[in-house]
Design a protein. Sequence first.
Length: 223
Amino acid sequence: MATSGNLGKAERIAYIDARLQALYPETPIPLDHSDPYTLLIAVLLSAQCTDERVNQITPQLFARATSPEQMVTLSVENIRSIIRPCGLSPQKSKAIHRLSEILLEQHGGAVPPDMAALEALPGVGHKTASVVMAQAFSMPTFPVDTHIHRLAQRWGLTRGRSVIETERDLKRAFDETRWNALHLQIIFYGREHCTARGCDGRVCEICRTCYPNRKQPKQCHKA
């Protein structure tokens, strides 16, 4: 125990790991999908959109196309008309159509289990590729979005000024075998207990346990 009453870093890491495992022993994937391709499309759609909204929209899209072969038969405007409620539909519809073409042209119509190949696809950044690698192919990654970035700062796990720096620090803090589950467990906990407006680093159970003597709101670096 640190002399201030706040937990030391090693104690914080051990406590957070154990508490999240106790709270969320099961980590269901929040986005509805049936295979790596439909997962890739759902994760792409989730950018600046809630998982709940994506799950409302994808049944309409997947009723028309659940493979690259089927998706390329739709026009970009067809795709856009379906996914419009997810936001950023002009960019996302073009990306979905073009990445489907690339999967057919370069990967035999399959989603490649390769980080670099995924990141080379239109509309697929590092975080999206990491999610697909973790959830479709069970490869150890630690996808970090803006909310995980914020919680990691509140919990004293990183001083990173970007999601890439925070990802690096989280990978160093936790055993590789826990990365995929922890990514989801932190998301679940954040949505339920440590929201952007509901906790300022002094309200939720984990924040209060790690930093019982924190007097001021935790100022976090934006991603």
